[in-house]
Design a protein around this ligand. Structure first.
Ligand code: G6P
Length: 609
């Protein structure tokens, strides 16, 4: 999604803005621009496409100055183009604005502004903002702060804004509502950004802005106010993760780096929560609250939704609480049967996904307790949920999610154990088996990475395919869905996942000579059934790649290829099964020569509906 960076200080603003925007490239974008004070004038440069286009344009016509705002845009209203890219300016050029989010009442505002004589230069919703601020500025005798505070209360929807005013050379005003924005604190220089990695090379001290807090930023001070102009005090948040953690660390792509980080990330999720004597410390929630829960809804999008499917099994098996798993974009418009004995668990790597936030807010408005499982400290879900479980996977930069998924699974297993121990409905010995297995997970995940070379070779055989189908039963079906999503996201190969038992109800019609079928079989109890499904496709000419373990491999010797992963308890097995599928998607995409970390049309953090 769009990225914002702002700088006010003594160095070249353009350079810092471009550096910051580069760090935000992972969010997905289709155009970029900056506005810089050159002398007492605001000058804007924008380009369509990759950031490098803007860098080249600025080499030819530099913007020299020490205060500026920058933006990478992911189109929502109006096609990707120079005129639709940010920053947007008011008609006279007095105000320049960068915006993340969507202004829902922009049409009504645009009509009003047009009636006042404002002329619009773009098709965006954003452009109403600089004109509206300009109009409020005139109404308030040229008061920048009042103009911004009066304008933003008229905006419906979500926004993170960085604003420059031509009359106040050394100042940025920043404000957010339902879209992330932070202020970075330096010495004689300050920053704004939509995400920490953008300014991590500059500072580790940040303010995490809350909704409708207005930051007035100059090189020597950052002052926070509420809408009425009353000062707001806030603690400085110290960023603890290393800059290296936000960089590629020697890997060719963030995705590969993040796949390799999974053992460590899982260890971080477990750290302090499950000790070697098998004692669980689930401090995130009170077991008295858990004791009252009779039903759970897990709500999430994309990969996090797939994690939820595995979580359902774990909770139902260990705690005997019925769980439904729902896509946040559906849940928010359904009429879920929820009451105070229901727990809603939202899962979101970023903690900013619009549909997940809306679902959480809907649940909260019905007085239902909400537990958030998220990776981003200080994210909106973490601030609004009743209980928060951080996965501590470290920043995930690649659009295709990997370590976020495995750590979400670990989080859900820990939650299932917590629920089980609160409910006491299954023998402790069964829970302890899961705990013991979880403690070994970092090591087992390292072992799964040993499949990498074999997968690299395998991907060379199949990367030209146009379709691939994934098959699994039980938890392997959830893994198949996630594996299939990874493949389509980054290799653009059409792919679908089917439950083995559903083959005969339609999908088998798709199988012809050499159709690639990826079969996942990790459960000794289900592998005979999977073997029948595999035979059905083999006999119709499919090329079957089986992802198996020591418990199942003998049953699947008739497959064209086998990749063997460590054997785990069937409940935990998705943790091991997914890693080679992530690697498979990665190497297939690499063979096809695609931009793996920034797949077309996709965004890391989907902060609009
Ligand atoms: C986008 C990302 C996916 C992610 C999904 C949910 O679609 O590309 O990788 O799974 O959003 O994101 P969240 O941050 O809520 O987990």
């Amino acid at each position: 999604m769009c990225g914002i960076v702002g700088y006010v200080g003594k160095r070249s603003a353009a350079e810092i803005l471009l550096n910051g925007l580069e760090k935000l490239e992972y969010r997905g974008y289709d155009s970029a621009g900056i506005a810089v004070f050159t002398g007492s004038e605001i000058n804007v440069k924008k380009e369509k496409g990759r950031l490098v286009n803007l860098v080249d344009a600025l080499k030819e016509n530099p913007l020299d100055g020490n205060t500026g705002i920058g933006h990478t845009r992911w189109a929502t209203h109006g096609a990707p183009s120079v005129k639709n890219s940010h920053p947007h300016c008011s008609m006279t050029g007095k105000f320049a604005v960068v915006h993340n989010g969507i202004i829902e009442n922009f049409e009504e505002l645009r009509t009003n502004l047009k009636n006042k004589g404002y002329v619009f230069a773009s098709e965006t919703d954003t452009e109403v903002i600089p004109h509206l601020i300009d109009s409020c500025y005139k109404d308030n005798g040229g008061d920048f702060f009042k103009a911004v505070s009066q304008a933003i209360v008229q905006l419906e929807g979500s926004f993170a804004l960085g604003i420059l005013c031509q009359d106040e050379e050394d100042k940025i005003i920043a404000v957010r509502k339902d879209s992330p924005l932070i202020v970075g604190l330096g010495e004689g220089e300050n920053y704004i950004a939509s995400d920490i990695p953008a300014i991590l090379s500059e500072t580790r001290d940040v303010y995490l802005l809350s909704d409708l807090e207005i930051a007035v930023i100059t090189k020597d001070s950052v002052k926070l106010f509420d809408l009425e102009g009353n000062p707001v005090s806030k603690e400085v948040f110290k960023v603890t993760f290393s800059e290296n953690a936000a960089q590629k660390g020697g890997f060719e792509h963030f995705m590969l780096k993040e796949i390799h980080e999974q053992p460590e990330a899982a260890a971080n999720t477990l750290r302090g929560r499950l000790d070697s004597s098998l004692k669980l410390h689930f401090a995130e929630m009170d077991s008295a609250v858990m004791g009252k829960i009779k039903k759970i809804h897990i709500v999430a999008c994309g990969t996090a939704y797939h994690a939820g499917l595995v979580g359902k099994r774990a909770i139902e098996q260990l705690a005997k609480i019925p769980v439904s798993v729902e896509l946040a974009s559906e849940f928010r418009y359904n009429c879920p049967l929820i009451d105070e004995e229901t727990l809603v668990i939202v899962i979101s790597q970023s903690g900013e996904t619009a549909d997940t936030l809306a679902s959480m807010r809907m649940a909260k408005s019905l007085n239902v307790p909400v537990l958030a499982i998220t990776n981003v400290v200080g994210s909106t879900v973490s601030r609004e949920a009743d209980f928060v479980f951080y996965t501590y996977a470290g920043p995930e930069i690649s659009v295709a999610s990997t370590k976020a998924y495995t750590t979400q699974l670990v989080a859900l297993f820990l939650f299932a154990i917590f629920a089980a121990e609160s409910k006491k409905v299954v023998p402790q010995a069964e829970i302890d088996k899961v705990k013991t297995e979880l403690l070994n997970i970092p090591e087992k995940l390292s072992q799964t990475l040993a499949t990498e070379d074999a997968i690299k070779e395998l991907s060379k055989k199949v990367f030209k395919e146009q379709n691939m189908y994934y098959l699994g039963r039980g938890l392997d079906f959830s893994t198949a869905m996630e594996g299939s999503l990874k493949l389509k996201e980054i290799s653009y190969i059409h792919s679908e996942a089917f439950a083995g038992g559903e083959l005969k109800h339609g999908p088998i019609a798709l199988i012809e000579n050499n159709t690639v079928v990826v079969a996942i079989s990790s459960d000794g109890d289900l592998c005979a059934k999977m073997a029948s499904n595999i035979k059905e496709v083999l006999s119709r000419g499919a090329f079957v790649i089986a992802f198996v373990n020591d418990a199942t491999k003998a049953t699947h010797e008739d497959c064209n290829e086998q990749i063997v992963v460590p054997t785990l308890l069937p409940l935990i097995a998705p943790l091991a099964s997914i890693v080679p599928l992530q690697l498979f998607a990665y190497y297939v995409a690499k063979e096809r020569g695609y931009d793996i970390d920034k797949p077309r049309n996709l965004a890391k953090s989907v902060t609009v509906e």
